[in-house]
Design a protein around this ligand. Structure first.
Ligand code: 1JT
Length: 253
């Protein structure tokens, strides 16, 4: 399904990463992939994971460093010639911002969370668009806490609201270049990011009890949705946030 398509994947930290599940789904369908990693400590992880993939490119890219972003896209432009899709699976907020009350969020935590988790999508879309010569598809990851109050999600909820809105504005701007932009709103998954979250176990249990499908989402199910969104099967879908949450978000009392 993705033969002759080139993709760039942001946000692989380890094999449990949502970004990695997306990569596996896309690689199985014949995509050629480039991976970015944030910081030297993740380099080895990403290189080991991608060693089995054919002709994968691995480049450093900390989104708070514009020089690194520019260099990453230069490298991918040189290696691939053109880009067909980009998967953005990056978020960060200081640990203390993800507990207690939202009311106490510091300026610094707010700025960091929004810069890394929301602005980076616009930054990467701007850099990717010139390489998407035959059109393209950009996919990002969101969470329910963007539209409803979820205890402890706090400033990340605000950042995800900004991210989902950015998806709509980017979709409007990039539509004329046949570049689509969509978000996946994934149910909670036990990844490295989620590991630091208090009561994650209780939250997963709650979802398994309350969601229509009576279970939690697997990373691979998010990966498969990302595959759909970067493929031509979704050619008329742009600016959307698609829930991949076992139906949890549709429920009231
Ligand atoms: C970040 C973290 C972004 C955890 C995230 C995230 N998006 C979803 N999760 C899992 C999660 C976290 C909380 C939650 C529900 C789901 C951690 C590092 C920063 C970025 O609240 C109930 C807090």
């Amino acid at each position: 399904m993705l033969e002759n398509k080139n993709g760039m994947i942001f946000g692989v930290a380890n094999k449990r990463s949502i970004a990695w599940a997306c990569a596996e789904a896309c690689a199985e369908q014949g995509a050629r992939l480039a991976f970015t990693y944030q910081g030297e400590r993740l380099k080895e992880n990403v290189e080991k994971l991608t060693a089995d993939l054919q002709s994968a490119v691995v480049v450093p890219c900390d989104v708070t460093n514009q020089q690194e972003v520019d260099t990453a896209f230069e490298t991918v432009g040189r290696e691939f010639g053109k880009l067909d899709f980009l998967i953005h699976s990056i978020a960060f907020a200081p640990k203390e911002a993800l507990e207690g009350e939202f009311l106490t969020t510091s300026r610094d935590a707010f700025r960091t969370a929004l810069e890394i988790s929301a602005f980076s999508l616009t930054q990467l879309a701007f850099a990717a668009a010139p390489l998407m010569k035959d059109g393209g598809s950009i996919v990002t990851m969101s969470y329910y806490g963007s539209e409803k109050v979820v205890q402890n999600y706090n400033v990340m909820g605000v950042a995800k609201a900004a991210l989902e809105s950015s998806v709509r504005y980017l979709a409007a701007d990039l539509g004329k270049q046949n570049i689509r932009v969509n978000a996946i709103s994934a149910g909670p998954i036990n990844t490295l990011s989620a590991r630091g979250v208090k009561n994650m176990g209780a939250m997963l249990k709650h979802i398994a009890e309350k969601s229509p499908l009576q279970r939690n989402v697997e990373a691979r199910e998010v990966g498969n949705t990302a595959l759909f969104l970067v493929s031509d099967l979704s050619s008329a879908i742009t600016g959307e946030t698609i829930y991949v949450d076992c139906g949890y978000n549709i429920m009231g009392i």
